[in-house]
Design a binder for this molecule. Structure first.
Ligand code: ADP
Length: 505
């Protein structure tokens, strides 16, 4: 398939539908991260796990990603060249190379868009000035390659602002091409990131018509445009990753400046909570653990995993200590100022604390400092480390997720799957997935607090400690209950499928 053709023209080749085995529908996932190729947070997990869950429901899925330089060679080496073409992009007609590199894994096809000018910078995100052109290019090229490959999905499912322009290109430049018959969904994984820049900058890089740069679509204020705002306006449907966050983002406190825009578009907005891939996160088959375990062996094996974790991280080896874990991007979103505020009370002689994360130097330095003054009790592992994350989920007793806001949150889901009790703030998906412990009915999955307040976080930690140290029987019951809770994608994948079929009509 290496011959050149104009991907904006009608394509006359066979429709892939004729040759596939009658899938219930076809969906193209378009987003900027996907585990195991490239992941900086939960978006990467969802782009991996949801397509795999949909395949089991007989949906045909392609995942479209940028071919970033940081994708390890072991994956790059397996990619097959599928063709290339030049694509116009900017308002002055400037054109760019689009290469398609493909691989398949467990029934999901992954198409990587190759362009060294945009994607050879190392990390996925390098700063908005470069990122705006990068994701204008990515959004348009994603539709262009679907025409080129003659694989026309029923739905293009766009993830976060990096794919935010797709619905606009679909209804303008691509409307009269084969891909124009697809419907679009935009999923908001985190509204904080939107792709905001000067109006002229976006006009130049998108090459889109002037009428889109008015208030109902791109315009943010007299000088600025917002890529995500435009995409949300033009999407056929909008989802976000929990029912509570779907409501929260329509309020000024959580709307990141788009609350009234989202309220206006609320008839096409709903929340579908994320799951986790229960094969990727399976404590019984996890080769990264010192002692894999299931719900029958969790109590005994968790002690072994705790010892191994303590040894690895230079903590005092004592399984009677309660180990609190925190695995997170170290940013304001994650409630770390609350943790900082109560740190002296966290370290009480019976508690150890492990943090794994990178981010703002303010938090990195604070945790390094605490490690320095509490050697053997606190470990600050300031890096991104997939293997250690698994070992903390298995070896810790409880996991802190005190976020300021949390669209869904995956760490609390993984923690529960690994029998680690979440301590969370009742916001977004944390509220929807962690039922508070009720000490009279002996129900619930974790400890929660509502207002964003350090004392309330401390109360929740203390409630967890009290149960852990004084009523281990009921603590252990909760550990087993959490491991048995359904945190898989199955139910949510069916909700997405309903939506795809509704849009397909
Ligand atoms: P967000 O997407 O806002 O970063 P989520 O809770 O949705 O937060 O997803 C975070 C994902 O990234 C989880 O899979 C978590 O295990 C992983 N993660 C976060 N920080 C690290 C880290 N430093 N090392 C390894 N994995 C991490």
């Amino acid at each position: 398939m290496a011959e050149k053709k104009n991907v904006l023209d009608g394509v006359t080749g066979i429709d892939a539908a004729d040759s596939a085995q009658n899938p219930v529908c076809r969906v193209a996932f378009i987003g900027s991260e996907c585990y195991p190729f490239v992941k900086t947070g939960g978006l990467g997990d969802v782009m991996y796990a949801l397509p795999r869950a949909l395949i089991r429901e007989n949906v045909e899925v392609r995942v479209i990603l940028p071919l970033y330089r940081c994708i390890p060679d072991k994956y790059r080496d397996k990619l097959t060249y599928k063709g290339s073409f030049m694509m116009d992009l900017c308002s002055d007609g400037r054109t760019f190379y689009v290469g398609i590199m493909e691989t398949e894994k467990d029934g999901v096809i992954y198409d990587f868009i190759d362009n060294r000018e945009f994607f050879d910078w190392g990390n996925p995100y390098t700063g908005l000035w470069e990122d705006i052109p990068k994701y204008c290019y990515f959004s348009k090229a994603s539709l262009a390659i679907l025409n080129y490959l003659e694989w026309i999905p029923d739905v293009v499912h766009c993830h976060d602002w990096q794919a935010g322009l797709v619905p606009l290109y679909l209804r303008t430049r691509f409307n009269d091409t084969p891909i124009g018959r697809a419907k679009s969904i935009v999923t908001i994984h985190n509204l904080r990131f939107q792709g905001i820049c000067g109006i002229e900058h976006l006009k130049y890089w998108t090459g889109l018509p002037d009428y889109l740069f008015d208030y109902p679509v791109f315009k943010r204020n007299e000088d600025e445009a917002n890529m995500f705002k435009g995409g949300l306006a033009y999407a056929d449907w909008i989802t976000t990753v929990s029912a509570t966050y779907a409501q929260e983002i329509q309020t000024p406190a959580f709307g990141e400046g788009l609350d009234s825009h989202l309220s206006y578009h609320s008839p096409k907005l709903c929340g579908i909570v994320n799951g986790i891939d229960v094969e990727q996160w399976d404590s019984a088959a996890d080769k990264l653990l010192a002692a894999p375990y299931d719900v029958g062996s969790v109590l005994e094996k968790k002690r072994e995993n705790k010892r191994a974790l303590q040894e690895k991280l230079g903590l005092e080896q004592d399984d009677s200590k309660m180990v609190l874990g925190l695995i997170s991007r170290l940013t304001d979103q994650k409630g770390l100022d609350l943790v900082d505020a109560i740190f002296p009370q966290l370290i009480d002689g019976n508690t150890q604390f492990v943090v794994l994360g990178t981010g703002d130097s303010r938090y990195e330095n604070a945790f390094r400092y605490y490690e320095g003054i509490h050697k053997g009790t606190v470990c600050a592992f300031i890096s991104y480390n997939e293997g250690l994350a698994h070992q903390i989920y298995a070896g810790a007793d409880a996991l802190l997720v005190p976020s300021l806001f949390e669209p869904c949150g995956l760490t609390q889901l993984i923690a529960m799957r690994y029998g680690t009790i979440p301590i969370v703030r009742e916001t977004g998906g944390l509220k929807d997935t962690v039922q508070p412990y009720d000490g009279s009915a002996f129900t619930g999955n974790g400890f929660t607090f509502d207002h964003y307040n350090a004392n309330l976080l401390l109360d929740a930690v203390n409630a967890a400690r009290t149960l852990y140290f004084t009523d281990r029987v009921h603590w252990d019951d909760m550990v087993r209950r959490d491991m048995e809770k359904d945190v898989s994608w199955e139910n949510s994948a069916l909700q997405y499928l309903d939506l795809y079929l509704k849009l397909k009509g």
